[in-house]
Design a protein around this ligand. Structure first.
Ligand code: ADP
Length: 162
């Protein structure tokens, strides 16, 4: 079975992430979408909330499994025995950091290959950070984030946490 792991903060999932997940689900038998706990990044959504949103948004895809992980990505790559790590490239600005991570992960585990996919152009400027910033100022992000995410962001706003 050819499986891939797509790790990220997903704080929260955007249509750009979803675009990549849907593309990967057509190529691989199984796609693990792995939420990094990343408490040091002070995420807006808790790990559980991020996992729940991912599950709801990916419910139409039957070869996706949402998991969370802490620690080194290479360890979970070995444990799950996946063929590769999937990362997204939106623009050249992503490239330097992504290349560094890919090369370091292969230093740590020589079997750890990284593959990159590009989203549809309409999502190439979308990030979780920009989505949160626009939502904070009541801007329209309905083209860039799934409906479940829009309502979760509204809830955070009402709680005064956005
Ligand atoms: P991280 O904190 O690990 O960068 P993110 O959730 O921001 O986590 O992103 C996870 C992965 O998804 C990264 O490889 C990132 O480049 C990619 N990604 C984020 N937004 C998009 C998008 N709009 N289109 C394609 N890939 C994306």
């Amino acid at each position: 079975m050819n499986s891939v792991i797509y790790p990220g903060s997903f704080d929260p999932i955007t249509n750009g992430h979803l675009d990549l997940i849907e593309r990967a689900s057509k190529i691989f038998d199984k796609v693990y979408v792995a939420t990094a706990m990343n408490d040091e990044k002070k995420p807006l959504f808790s790990t559980n909330e991020r996992v729940e949103l991912l599950k709801e948004v990916c419910a139409h895809l039957d070869n996706i499994e949402v998991i969370n992980f802490d620690g080194l990505l290479v360890d979970i790559v070995s444990r799950l025995d996946v063929s590769a790590v999937l990362r997204g490239l939106r623009a050249v600005t992503d490239f330097e950091f992504e290349l560094q991570m890919a090369l370091m992960n292969r230093q740590l585990n020589k079997k750890c290959e990284t593959i990159f996919m590009a989203p549809s152009p309409q999502y190439s400027f979308v990030s979780s950070t920009i989505i949160k910033e626009i939502a904070r100022h009541d801007g329209d992000i309905s083209k860039y984030a799934p409906a479940k995410v829009l309502s979760a962001l509204n809830d955070k706003k009402k709680e005064g946490r956005l």
